[in-house]
Ligand binder design. Sequence first.
Ligand SMILES: C[S@@+](CC[C@H](N)C(=O)[O-])C[C@H]1O[C@@H](n2cnc3c(N)ncnc32)[C@H](O)[C@@H]1O
Length: 239
Amino acid sequence: MTDFNQTNWAKAGFSQQYIDKADIYIVERRRMFGLLVSFYNHFLRGKPARILDLGCGDGILAHELLKADDAISATLVDGSADMLRKARERLKDFKNVRFINASFQEIIKKDILQPDFDLIVSSLAVHHLDMAGKISLFKSLYVHLRPGGFFLNVDVILAPAGSLEQWYLKLWQEWMDDRKAESGISDSISNDIIHRYKDNKDNKPDTLDDQLDALKDIGFQEVDCFYKYGIFSIYGGRK
Ligand SMILES: C[S@@+](CC[C@H](N)C(=O)[O-])C[C@H]1O[C@@H](n2cnc3c(N)ncnc32)[C@H](O)[C@@H]1O
């Protein structure tokens, strides 16, 4: 498993570029967050929930959930101290929020987290682990969920066939081109982002089937894909 400090996310400047343009680069990002809030409202609203956001970045997803229910107690984890600083600033008005600077590798190996989360979420971070790393992480998450608790992952996946991959990547480019046309924002990086994504060795997407199967093998129930648009997906299950 690649050490977090050797990835681009550990470099100053890289994370800000992502934050500034994520709504253009990530297909239907706001809709995906809206689905997670809907999931939360449907399954968990009503009692103060304990939530873990893994690879939280600047805290945007935890923020959406906290805006929906400020009784949530949230734990945000990221390998990047820079990202966590931004998350801390974003969430400064919320009580019951804690921040942990740790890599997924440390989460897997060490006993860092409390054991009884109601909901574990992650957005666009788990694909940085290879399949063996994903399985180790999923096992650790299973242990850290209370019985009946949920894990939901918003992430990019690998298409099961090259022909599908070509179309999925075209869909992605069309999405970015439409957003730029709509907003009038010029962004040269998005013309090249698919190549950057494919060429970057930090990105290790696996197929949806492999990840759903891994969750089932570990013991998760009600495992499903809750959303999909090309390579962008939300999947998860219940302990
Ligand atoms: C694409 S950003 C997503 C941030 C946020 N979840 C969002 O949706 O905007 C990926 C995040 O995962 C973190 N990350 C990547 N690999 C990691 C690892 N091995 N351990 C911990 N955090 C990691 C990065 O620092 C970064 O904040």
